[in-house]
Design a protein around this ligand. Sequence first.
Ligand SMILES: Cc1cc2nc3c(=O)[nH]c(=O)nc-3n(C[C@H](O)[C@H](O)[C@H](O)COP(=O)(O)OP(=O)(O)OC[C@H]3O[C@@H](n4cnc5c(N)ncnc54)[C@H](O)[C@@H]3O)c2cc1C
Length: 516
Amino acid sequence: MKKTAFHPLRKLAIAGNPNRPLLGAKVYTPPLTAYLEEHGISPAAFQALTKKLNGQVVTPFDPPYASGRMDSDNAFNRYPLMIVYCTGSADVVEAVKFCNEQNLVVCMRAGGHSTEGYSVLDGRVLIDVSNIKGIFVDEAGMTSTVGAGVTWGEYNQELNAYGLHNPGGSCNSVGMAGYTMGGGYGYTSMRWGIACDSLIEVRMVTAAGEIVTANAKHNRELLWAHQGGTGGNFGIVVGMKYQLQKLKDVWPIQVNWPIDDAAKVLKTWQDKMTKTLQDLDLGLLGFLAIEEVPGKATGGESCTINRPYFCIRGIYSGASKEAAQAAMQPLLDIGTPSFPAGPLWQRQIPYAAANEHLLDNVEGIIPDTIKETKRCAYIERALSEQEFQKMVDYFKTSPNPYNIVSMEPYGGAINKVAPHETAFVHRNAYFDIFTDSFWMQDSEKAEAFRWLKDYYESPDMKGLWSNRYYQNYVNAEYKDWQQGYFGENYENLQKVKSHWDPDNRFRYPQSIEPAK
Ligand SMILES: Cc1cc2nc3c(=O)[nH]c(=O)nc-3n(C[C@H](O)[C@H](O)[C@H](O)COP(=O)(O)OP(=O)(O)OC[C@H]3O[C@@H](n4cnc5c(N)ncnc54)[C@H](O)[C@@H]3O)c2cc1C
């Protein structure tokens, strides 16, 4: 047992970790030519592809396939036909043309953190852009140009050296490409908006194998679609350009409350510090989680017990620790808060280090081979304390100590943007509430899914949520996902899809359908 991936309060593993075991291995019979022919692929065309690429093709006959076919969540166990690791646009163009000529369907991967594993699909050619790196900062112009394979950990570290920033995810191994295309929430989103609000240009390879650029002047609708329209739909993104903000040192914040205080804190947080938040330097996330604490067994002997608790983590990016304290005071006045790592806002540290610290400094352990499913819903009307209590009480029924409910507050810069201005429609929420449900053994999987589904859909809980879902936390079970993810923007997304991918070559279970 050791600290591991897949938990919002814990540091995550990198997708495609070479040490990852091969799960439920399929047996392929060599030679490669027979395998290619069996799948209708010309061996000569395959050979030609491998010669043209700067990158590499990995087939099931190559040892790196075993780890390469895995996404970040062990729950997905899929077998692409082959993986094409691209190092730049030219490789992506060659891979797309090869697939078109051989009539093969593609899937595409950047950071590999899709919560439904949509970046690796059975029987497809997986075009992987994780080796397209490079971060170029234009300090004078306050912009950055970033390869589609860059992760948030890499980007934060680089920007930190310049004292510059983009709102980004708390998990370092999440890919910037997938994250930004689905919106992108982070500690500084109340201050500077959802990450896609800072996206000013994308470069992608089309379904026809051409390189196009979209910005405010050229292909404006295509840029709009990448600002929340989700990945895997319009083309294969190879690079992004962002508007930057100035940010260097921040005060990290970490406060715990006993579970009995949670509903009161949540109610005050909603009423005073979401839509009406005045001090936008404050960026917080909330969690209902379970910690291991010393206790006594029924026979009186010492043991550890699992205790649910509520915590808030975040950063303050304003001028002084007094201001940080004042911004947090409405919450600190409630119940009996405690400070497991000390009153962190006494100490200012670089943003990247604060983010790292808030992920690392947690109680408990989580097994390395754990599997996960995730759901979310928006709160779009003000809830009463009793309604927040329902959220808390249901959480206490968690069948294991790993499950966690997370709260992303909305308001500030996020809600200032009109719903149709970008493809990211969710501009009127108080919170996005997302829940991670885990299981170890296959026999526990059905219970993990049932517990999670009931959190959002049981008669007692259903009334808490709006009918909207955050599209970066995709879940295959959402019935009306088109409206849930995109609302009134779905129709326009379909028009963009029809223009750039009329034959629907880029498709998966929840991809945008071309307009009829
Ligand atoms: C542990 C964890 C922590 C997370 N933390 C946050 C968070 O703090 N805030 C937040 O907003 N979200 C968060 N997310 C959600 C995350 O932003 C989304 O899952 C996002 O889509 C992941 O992007 P990726 O590039 O890592 O994933 P991938 O699985 O590689 O891609 C996601 C989707 O985009 C497509 N895609 C990938 N590359 C390209 C490309 N080059 N061009 C076009 N389409 C492409 C894929 O096919 C897939 O459909 C988290 C997810 C996990 C698993």
